[in-house]
Design a protein around this ligand. Structure first.
Ligand SMILES: NC(=O)c1ccc[n+]([C@@H]2O[C@H](COP(=O)([O-])OP(=O)(O)OC[C@H]3O[C@@H](n4cnc5c(N)ncnc54)[C@H](OP(=O)(O)O)[C@@H]3O)[C@@H](O)[C@H]2O)c1
Length: 250
């Protein structure tokens, strides 16, 4: 792993949804490599998920609310103080279920739920990337959007609003790679399969039996690919969506 040397300025990552799961593993990976990590989520800094400088660099935001998202963008700009943003990782996402924990389909998803899912999973990433384009441009930075295997096939547990929002986020990645690539910002996506986090549903073991690698992925296995997409190793990768799923998509 690269750590900054005395002649290399400290790099900064803005990460949404950092309080647990894939986001927490991503914080650990980047901060271990010497990055400053500014985190965003609805709750206050999670004491059970600590990292150096965490409390000072945590921003409370509800990405379901466009006004709160705009305030958070202003707050990030202030904290960067005209400086560079080397990476933006749009990781926060929700996957609502019905009252019994069942899958929400195209028939029983309310419009309110559909809009909330799209606001968090799709519109917040585009708002953040556009809002911080000057800071990303200054750093020749990198954007990583966290999509899902459910964005490209019907999934037994992931709902229709979630899956379509992730399909839209994959398409957004392609569009942004074309537009942002021209100003030196790379935009890629990672599409996790079944990763061992709280988002998984009971019954996932049946899916695991069909995955070529016969196991769940770990959050660190996702975080290390996000790290590669934000660093020099991937300097000519733009507009890619990388599957991290043990071969589940084949
Ligand atoms: N786990 C998997 O197997 C899997 C598979 C495919 C894709 N993914 C994707 O990977 C990403 C991370 O998944 P995960 O399993 O690590 O999720 P998770 O454990 O449910 O964590 C979600 C994160 O998003 C934040 N968040 C949720 N709603 C928010 C809001 N309205 N405003 C701001 N932050 C919000 C949460 O923090 P607060 O509660 O503090 O707001 C939390 O930090 C998601 O985009 C998910 O769709 C996961």
């Amino acid at each position: 792993m690269n750590t900054p040397t005395s002649n290399q300025p400290r790099r900064t990552l803005l990460l949404t949804g950092a309080s647990r799961g894939i986001g927490h593993a991503t914080v650990k990976r980047f901060s271990a490599a010497g990055w400053r990590v500014i985190t965003c989520s609805r709750h206050a800094f999670p004491e059970n998920c600590p990292w150096a400088m965490g409390p000072e660099d945590h921003i409370q935001v509800d990405l379901a609310d466009p006004a709160s998202t705009r305030d958070a963008i202003a707050e990030v700009k202030q904290r960067l103080d005209g400086g560079e943003l080397h990476a933006l990782v749009n990781n926060a996402g929700i996957s609502p279920k019905d009252e019994e924990g069942g899958r929400l389909s195209t028939i029983n998803t309310t419009l309110d739920t559909w809009q909330q899912v799209f606001q968090i999973n799709f519109f917040a990433p585009v708002m953040l990337a556009r809002g911080l384009i000057e800071e990303l441009k200054a750093a020749k930075g990198s954007v990583v959007n966290v999509t899902s295997i459910a964005g490209s096939r019907v999934h037994p547990f992931a709902g229709s609003a979630y899956s379509t929002s992730k399909a839209a986020l994959a398409a957004l990645t392609r569009e942004m790679a074309a537009d942002f690539g021209r100003v030196g910002i790379r935009v890629n996506a990672i599409a996790p399969g079944e990763i061992d986090t709280a988002i998984l549903s009971p019954g996932t073991d049946k899916i695991v039996a069909q995955i070529p690698m016969q196991r769940l992925g770990t959050t660190d296995e996702v975080a290390k690919i996000i790290y590669v997409l934000c660093t020099e190793t991937s300097s000519y990768v733009n507009g890619a969506e990388i599957h991290i799923n043990g071969g589940q998509h084949v």
